[in-house]
Write a protein that binds this ligand. Structure first.
Ligand SMILES: [Fe+2]
Ligand SMILES: [Fe+2]
Length: 244
């Protein structure tokens, strides 16, 4: 049976996202449906990893993007983890009977769910409890960027970009690891000029998954994404051959 607090938080998160949409804030690929999928992935990962504090898993997943609906277009959204953690601390202290320890682990997961891999490594090293909840929420959030959903999110978030380079369909970023993408960003090269580069970027998220369960869940989804790219190349090359 569902915990009463979960019902309350679901309603609170849904209302907050609905308000964000009404205010026309930028929520492409980050609506309540995303939150709901992340919750489902997080529960599967927790189960696979033998993590038993399921209430904290659900709360952290439901609240992980709670700050996003407050961010207006053009504003930097990189701070949404930190701001979201502050919102969640206030909410959970007011509305729940959770221990400070639980609130702390939930809000740490929210704060760092989208942080850089090096920041997260430092947080995990200093976490006496192993930072398992952070790993679970972060992995769940990343799995939602691969597979068919990942493709849809890439299409919608980068709709302004041309799809592919006809001379190099898989793109210059095909096969790059997460570390190689980080190097590109350090050199201010961005994801690349095409929508296909965004897909390649999302494929690289696999490298940053923390748990074995998440890697097992993500493997077929990442393979599907790669297959999509191969198929696209095949269709375009095939068509070209017929036209010559
Ligand atoms: Fe996020
Ligand atoms: Fe998210």
């Amino acid at each position: 049976m569902k915990n009463e607090l979960i019902y309350q938080v679901e309603e609170y998160v849904q209302d907050t996202f609905a308000k964000g949409e009404r205010n026309n804030n930028l929520l492409i690929g980050h609506d309540y449906k995303h939150v709901s999928r992340v919750r489902n992935w997080a529960l599967q990962i927790a189960h696979g990893e033998g993590y038993t504090d399921i209430l904290s898993v659900e709360l952290a997943a439901l609240l992980h993007d709670i700050a996003l609906p407050y961010f207006q277009k053009q504003k930097k959204r990189s701070e949404h983890g930190g701001i979201g953690a502050e919102i969640a601390i206030k909410y959970l202290r007011e509305k729940s009977n959770l221990s400070e320890k639980q609130i702390n682990s939930i809000t740490t997961a929210i704060k760092y769910h989208g942080a850089s891999p090096s920041t997260v490594r430092a947080v995990l090293e200093n976490d006496d409890n192993g930072g398992m909840l952070l790993k679970i929420v972060r992995d769940a959030d990343m799995i939602d960027a691969v597979g068919a959903i990942g493709l849809m999110r890439a299409f919608t978030s980068k709709a302004s970009l041309p799809e592919y380079d006809p001379l190099n369909i898989k793109g210059e970023t095909w096969g790059l690891s997460s570390k190689q993408f980080d190097e590109r960003f350090a050199k201010k090269l961005g994801i690349g000029n095409y929508l296909l580069d965004q897909i390649n970027f999302q494929i690289s998220y696999y490298d940053n998954l923390h748990t074995k369960t998440a890697r097992n869940l993500a493997t077929p989804l990442v393979d599907f994404m790669k297959l999509f790219v191969f198929q696209l190349e095949h269709e375009i090359v095939f068509q070209d051959t017929n036209n010559t």
